[in-house]
Write a protein that binds this ligand. Structure first.
Ligand code: NDP
Ligand code: 2IT
Length: 446
């Protein structure tokens, strides 16, 4: 490791002990940025990277709620307000039993760079709870969301901090939280994004992350004169991002052959077409069932406890969770001919897996670039709320597509080497950094 990165990381680790995911996210950025900062000493003297790695504010709170048996349950609530240099804090809420400070700090840290890459005026934040929505009734989810927002509403606002969804938080949860915010604060404002279209949500926001990850992959393919036509695609996850990534791949002429959840994955060599995808959406969003049921219905293979990276594919769209592709799986993907990875999830590849992609010079779009379409359309939802009007599907989709092209161009600008290879990790990290760093310099030592 570069001794300057080692030194920087030693103090990050000392200041933030036991936060492994946060260390991982910071180190990846530091490896790209420290050489760049050496060439631009103004950032070094102002300790911009050191400042970016320390949240502006962390809010931790108790969420008591009553389950259906009348028993009191207590969860932890969090909001990390990471950086507001270029706009109000913006980023999702995750409800999952694995949520802790390290996970949310890594996500908030990445969000700062991602939001900057979108070109829209949004700072970075993230929040959530260790609440597990699985197996809970609608009423339990509602009571939990109301208790969560009863505290969170004191800290957020449409001009200060605007949360949205992430794992375990979709349209249902955003609705319950919006309702509670409105009751307590007595204001109807765009304080959350991902809202229903009948109360201020944007068309295409549900689709945006998955569509965006596919648009980004398409841009990467274009650099090699290629397209999605006829490509075999492995997708992980079967939630919001995975569903709409699958829809867009189908539209562009590719074939998605895998989906997964935390229990295992299905392999359907015939492809998950529009009709099968409609079944998955009903299964996951309404029945809230398991992906295994797909294999039972369509008579394909189900692999219990496994991830889909051993399946031969041209393109992989990891869309479930962090660290879901390790070094060995990355080597298997590459050995099987996979040459495009576009990350719908946040940090789904371990550092060792990323090293495999870069050494093999495949087309690798890291999450903070590839999945920025979700937060980009959140930014467009904020604009529409401020204007008090709504744009058509076509208008929002066209803007999303253009933003993904612009992010690709930014990655190319900062990540292309003398031989023409684009290191999208370096490109996204430097490209995301510059605007935030310049804003921080302009605003003084704050
Ligand atoms: P959902 O809750 O809709 O779906 C999550 C999917 O991933 C489910 O299939 C879930 O399976 C699976 N999953 C979650 N945790 C694990 C785990 N620990 N191991 C294996 N599988 C797991 O979430 P989203 O689709 O919204 O989010 C997916 C990823 O995309 C996350 O990394 C998120 O941060 C990222 N992302 C989301 C954006 C958005 O707009 N929603 C924007 C940008 C990034 P199961 O049902 O069994 O838990
Ligand atoms: O990781 C992410 O970018 C999100 N979960 C979406 C954030 C948002 O504010 O739309």
């Amino acid at each position: 490791m570069d001794p300057r990165v080692e030194q920087f990381m030693a103090q990050i680790i000392a200041k933030n002990p036991n936060e492994n995911e946060f260390h991982q996210a910071v180190q990846e950025v530091a490896e790209s940025l420290i050489p760049y900062i050496e060439e631009n000493p103004k950032y070094k003297h102002a300790k911009i990277l050191d400042r970016i790695a320390e949240p502006e504010r962390v809010i931790l709170f108790r969420i008591p709620w009553l389950d259906d048996k009348g028993e009191i349950q207590i969860n932890k609530g969090y909001r990390i307000e990471m950086n507001s240099a270029i706009g109000p804090y913006k980023g999702g809420l995750r409800f999952h039993p694995t949520v802790n400070l390290s996970i949310l700090k890594f996500l908030a840290f990445e969000q700062v760079f991602k939001n900057s890459l979108t070109t829209l005026p949004m700072g970075g934040g993230k929040g959530g709870s260790d609440f597990d929505p699985k197996g809970k009734s609608d009423n339990e989810v509602m009571r939990f969301c109301q208790s969560f927002m009863t505290e969170l509403c004191k800290h957020i606002g449409h001009n200060t901090d605007v949360p949205a969804g992430d794992i375990g938080v979709g349209g249902r949860e955003i609705g319950y939280m919006f309702g509670q915010y409105k009751r307590i604060r007595n204001e109807f404002v765009g304080v959350l994004t991902g809202k229903g279209t009948m109360y201020g949500g944007s068309l295409i926001r549900p689709e945006a992350t998955g569509y965006g990850a596919v648009y980004f992959a398409e841009e990467m393919l274009k650099t090699r004169g290629d397209s999605f036509k006829g490509k075999i695609v492995a997708v992980s996850g079967s939630g919001n991002v995975a569903q709409f990534a699958t829809e867009k791949v189908n539209e562009l002429g590719g074939k998605v052959v895998t989906l997964s959840d935390s229990a295992g994955f299905i392999h359907d060599p015939n492809g998950i077409d529009a009709e099968k995808l409609a079944y998955v959406m009903e299964l996951k969003n309404v029945k809230r069932g398991r992906i295994k049921e797909y294999a039972d219905k369509y008579g394909c293979e189900y692999y219990e406890g496994k991830r889909p990276w051993g399946i031969k594919c041209d393109v992989a769209l990891p869309s479930a969770t962090q660290n879901e592709i390790n070094e060995e799986e990355a080597k298997t993907l590459v050995a099987n001919g996979c040459f495009v990875i576009s990350e719908g999830a946040n940090m789904p590849s371990t550092p060792e897996a990323v090293e495999v992609y870069l050494q093999n010079k495949i087309l690798y779009g890291p999450g903070k670039a590839a999945n920025a379409g979700g937060v980009a359309v959140s930014g467009l939802e904020m604009s529409q709320n401020s204007l008090r009007l709504s744009w058509t599907r076509e208008e929002v989709d066209q803007r999303l597509n253009q933003i993904m092209k612009d992010i690709h161009a930014t990655c190319e600008k900062y990540g292309k080497d003398s031989e023409g290879f684009i290191d999208y990790v370096k490109g996204a990290n430097i490209g995301g950094f510059v605007k935030v760093a310049e804003a921080m310099l302009a605003q003084g030592a704050v």
